[in-house]
Design a protein around this ligand. Structure first.
Ligand code: ADP
Length: 744
């Protein structure tokens, strides 16, 4: 019943007002209050009417006054209600309130003025105003009542008194007592409310101050803890890394000594566990540094292609072991040098490449680098690493870049890893003004993308191989024989840029068909690892089917494979992933040899490692132990024995004892550097001097000319690639021979 009555009151709420649950609650409360008011009004109206009938028979006119008065009261409170609920009817409500108030006062006035029992309505009215609005309005309302009533009284003293004189005193007394009681209780209520509010306010203030202090303390403690954590992590990782380096180093040395098989295996476990531990420690340190905002990126010029190739080099052995095809392509519009943090860039690359190889059992892992100029010398690079691996379920993709997150917990058991790699990589990309995202289909493969915004560095002209339309290669016809479509298309694109004309074949059979159909080529790139017929088998078939064909073949192989026994079949060898720089050198070399001696092109001694005259005497000048090792073993691979000098002074001493044909001269050496040593050699030996090849870590193009100007004959940048060393040594031997012939 109550509900129905109150539902009628929905009429009071404008439709445009959409109420929240909390507001609906309030409306319910107000409805109750209104019900209470109406109830009170009826009681008071009856009481007042009964009082008047008791005192004197009221005239119909007086009863009319009463009804009018009650209706006014009801309207008055309804409008109050509306005013409280909606602010939009304010002016109308205020107007109506004023009108009703005036009417009410008028009724009070004519029914006896201050002495009228109806005065109690005014008091109730103020009380309700206090409840519905607030104390201030209530008091104001009371003040207004008294003011207006007094004005009425002043204007007309001749009001109608219908209470008999003998009751007048009692009623006045009663009204007075009621008023005093009411005002006093109001005063007490207001005062106690004020006091309680003040107390509450003070308590709240005190609590706030305490909370504030606690917060400040907590903040300080948190800052101190973060600092302590960073310091602790830095110290700890340093402390752990020092002995770990010892363990890894000694395990390495140990495996170089005479060990039986079991000991060798143990040594290897120590080394690989040590490496894994080192990687985890580095990841944790990186992550905490990034989180603490303490990772500063370097801004040094670096060679983008070199950095991408270095990253690929590191994952190549593992990819080769798994039989994966590895390839990469960097668009030609991308400048060679950028300013940025090469180490961190490589870290992102390595993580994505490492994951791609880790989560791919068969197929390929490919890297594509594209980009565009952003203006102001800035360039946006977009790198994508795609694989044909296990893929990632759609619902797990979002969580992938959060720390310590792996697609499922069995990943750790099966593949290892901390789940930090992608989180770090993404944050590094963020720091380089870029972003990282992934596209993946379960069971099909994943492509991880990232962008970075870098400034380009102008460090001289592009290397030769980065330029389009190479005069030596222009219009040469090349056959690309590879079963992997991506690799074929990368090679095709690269060589087309150089101005060559390419034809692709996906199998030995298809290639032979092309030749049978009368196609002719200047050179062919032949992949070794193909499903039906291998590259070597193709070369053999070719020799059988086309005995007179002079087509130099370059075999595309995986690193670590020996091809000494295939020298008669191939003009040269290139390891995958194919680096444009080597491809360029080898193509030029193969094509120029073919031109130089057209009758013997295929019989020509292939330019493999052993083709260098092993009687040449080589001196390696290098102070770094590791580089000495690497250099000597590469020379050994090329069939050359070399002597060692650790600085310029030792080079001069060695030359004083015996003569050398070639010196591989490191530039930065203690005591006497490479440049000074070269200067003194030229001074001492003049034209008789050895052929000098500079070795330097300054991988920037402009340095090449600088070193050549000091009198050095050639230049190799570190880390030294065996293919390039091979080419440089060949060139050295050819130059020396030419010189010897001309001086004879
Ligand atoms: P982890 O050190 O475990 O490799 P990452 O943050 O590098 O940590 O990778 C998090 C998880 O993302 C991996 O454990 C793996 O489940 C998933 N993941 C990353 N890369 C690949 C990918 N190329 N193919 C499939 N899953 C991947």
């Amino acid at each position: 019943m109550n509900q129905n009555v109150f539902n009628l009151l929905d009429w009071f709420i404008p439709e445009s007002i959409r109420l929240s649950e909390h507001e609906r609650d309030n409306v319910r409360k107000y409805r109750l209050l209104l019900g209470f008011i109406i109830f009170n009004a009826v009681i008071w109206f009856s009481a007042s009417l009964a009082l008047q009938i008791l005192i004197k028979q009221p005239t119909p006119q007086e009863i009319g006054y009463e009804i009018f008065f009650m209706a006014s009261g009801l309207l008055y409170f309804s409008f109050l209600f509306i005013l409280r609920k909606t602010n939009s009817y304010k002016p109308i409500a205020i107007f109506c309130l004023a009108a009703i108030k005036f009417a009410t006062l008028f009724v009070v006035f004519i029914s006896g003025g201050i002495t009228s029992p109806n005065i109690i309505w005014l008091i109730t009215g103020s009380l309700i105003v206090i409840i519905l609005l607030n104390i201030r309005f209530g008091l104001f309302n009371m003040f207004l009542d008294i003011l207006i009533l007094s004005i009425f009284q002043l204007i007309n003293t001749d009001y109608v008194l219908f209470i008999p004189d003998e009751y007048f005193g009692i009623i006045r007394f009663f009204v007075l007592v009621m008023s005093i009681v009411f005002v006093t209780s109001m005063g007490i209520a207001i005062e106690s409310t004020r006091k309680r509010t003040q107390d509450q306010l003070e308590t709240a203030l005190k609590e706030l101050q305490i909370t504030n202090q606690q917060l400040q303390l907590a903040n300080k403690a948190a800052e101190a803890a973060t600092k302590a954590k960073s310091e602790f992590l830095a110290n700890m990782s340093h402390e752990i890394r020092t002995p770990l380096n010892g363990i890894i180093g000694i395990a390495g040395l140990l495996s170089g000594t005479v060990l039986d098989e079991e000991q060798q295996a143990y040594g290897q476990i120590i080394q690989s566990s040590g490496d894994a531990l080192l990687e985890i420690i580095n990841s944790i340190l990186d992550f905490s540094k990034i989180e603490a905002g303490k990772l500063d990126l370097e801004a040094e010029p670096f060679d983008l292609r070199q950095t991408v190739e270095d990253s690929l080099d590191l994952v190549t052995p593992k990819a080769t072991n798994k039989g994966l095809e590895l390839g990469y392509s960097i668009e030609t519009n991308i400048p060679p040098f950028f300013v940025g943090d090469a180490m961190r860039f490589r870290q992102i690359m390595l993580n994505l490449l490492g994951n791609a190889v880790k989560f791919t059992e068969r197929g390929e892992v490919m890297v594509f680098v594209t980009g565009e100029e952003e203006g102001n010398g800035r360039f946006q690079l977009h790198i994508s690493v795609s694989d044909t691996g296990i893929g990632i379920p759609t619902e797990r993709i979002n969580a992938l870049f959060q720390s310590f997150n792996q697609v499922d917990s069995s990943t750790t058991r099966k593949f290892g890893g901390t789940g930090l790699g992608l989180a770090i990589s993404k944050r590094l990309a963020d720091l380089m003004d870029g972003e990282m995202w992934v596209e993946s289909e379960e069971g099909v493969g994943s492509t991880f993308h990232f962008t970075v915004l870098l400034e380009t560095a102008d460090l001289g002209p592009k290397s030769e191989y980065l330029q389009d339309n190479q005069p030596d290669l222009l219009h040469k016809r090349i056959l690309i024989l590879d079963d992997n479509a991506t690799s074929r298309s990368i090679l095709n694109r690269q060589m087309t840029n150089w101005g060559m004309s390419c034809l692709e074949a996906e199998s030995a059979e298809a290639a032979l068909d092309l030749l049978h159909a009368g196609e002719s080529f200047d050179v062919a790139l032949v992949d070794e690892k193909m499903p039906d017929t291998s590259g070597t088998a193709f070369a053999q078939l070719l020799a059988q089917q086309f005995p007179n064909l002079r087509l130099p073949l370059v075999l595309l192989t995986s690193p670590g494979q020996q091809h000494y026994d295939k020298k008669h079949l191939f003009a040269d060898f290139l390891t995958k992933p194919i680096k444009p720089m080597y491809l360029y050198e080898i193509l030029r070399h193969v094509l120029s040899s073919k031109q130089a001696d057209p009758n013997e092109a295929n019989q020509q001694e292939p330019s493999t490692f052993s083709s260098i005259d092993n009687t040449v005497r080589v001196l390696l000048a290098e102070n770094n132990r590791m580089n000495q090792q690497v250099g000597l073993s590469m020379l050994e691979k090329l069939g050359l024995q070399a002597d060692l000098a650790v600085n310029g002074t030792e080079v001069l001493e060695a030359l004083a004892i015996q003569s050398y044909d070639i010196i591989l001269m490191d530039i930065q050496m203690p005591e006497m550097d490479g440049v000074e040593a070269t200067r003194q050699i030229i001074e001492q030996f003049g034209a008789e001097r050895p052929y000098i090849i500079a070795l330097t870590a300054n991988a920037l193009d402009g340095h090449r000319e600088a070193y050549l100007e000091t009198g050095m004959d050639d230049y190799l940048s570190k880390p030294i690639k065996v293919e390039l060393l091979h080419l440089a040594l060949q060139k050295a031997v050819e130059t020396r021979n030419a010189l010897t012939i001309s001086t004879l």
